[in-house]
Write a protein that binds this ligand. Structure first.
Ligand code: GRF
Length: 218
């Protein structure tokens, strides 16, 4: 199986990046990380890339007065590295139209909530404040909206009575590290068919059980 080349964009600590690096290293996904790019010179993600001998580049958005110019600089580096799929892993910048046009349906994002509920920022706290019984994470293709693109895979976790945003974020993150490499591998193997908003994942079984929280009295 030919490996696809990933360009991972990350602004922060990079635990999702790490899960993808690890999955590539142990050959559980048909991909390799060609380059990691961050807009933040202090991003832990850059160090994680260097530790794995992966090219790490910083393109600081503060050096650009127009978002389009920043996007163009990032696209140029992704094209230079012949990236097949752009993977947003905690990348805190909006992707503009020219960027989307350069990689049509070839940009994925992970979001720490069950979209379409709670798009945007600080979503673990929002789920708690709302009183949601479940939250989770979503991998989706990126379109021109914020967290609105076609959904590929979601994982559900319970929101527990004592949760604060950190405990809920940690529970969600554990699942992020499972579903993001899986979504990338499906893409790499040509198993994702997109029709409008609907993504069909070929060669998978329907999900089985219902989840109820709090559990029913037995
Ligand atoms: C994750 O919660 C991801 O869902 C969100 O940003 C966070 C990035 O965490 N988009 P990390 O840098 O991968 O640890």
């Amino acid at each position: 199986m030919k490996k696809i080349r990933l360009g991972v964009l990350a602004s922060g600590g990079g635990t999702n990046l790490q899960s993808i690096i690890d999955a590539c290293a142990n050959q559980s996904i048909a991909a390799e990380v060609a380059v990691v790019i961050s807009n933040n010179p202090d991003a832990g993600a850059l160090q994680r890339a260097r530790n794995a001998a992966i090219t790490a580049e910083c393109i600081n958005h503060r050096d650009f007065s127009r978002r389009d110019d920043f996007d163009a600089a990032v696209v140029a580096r992704l094209q230079h590295h012949q990236v097949d799929l752009v993977v947003l892993a905690g990348f805190m910048r909006i992707i503009g139209d020219n960027f989307l046009t350069a990689f049509p349906m070839r940009i994925m994002n992970i979001h720490p909530a069950l979209l379409p509920s709670f798009p945007g920022l600080h979503v673990q706290q929002q789920a708690i404040d709302y009183g949601a019984r479940f939250s989770g994470c979503t991998v989706h293709f990126v379109d021109s909206g914020v967290d609105t693109g076609p959904i590929i895979i979601q994982a559900v976790v319970p929101v527990l009575p004592d949760d604060d945003s950190d405990t809920l974020a940690a529970r969600i993150l554990e699942q992020e590290h499972r579903i993001y490499p899986q979504a990338i591998d499906w893409y790499a193997r040509g198993l994702l068919q997109v029709d409008g908003r609907k993504v069909t994942v070929l060669q998978t079984q329907p999900a089985a059980a219902a989840l109820i929280n709090p559990p029913l009295k037995s």
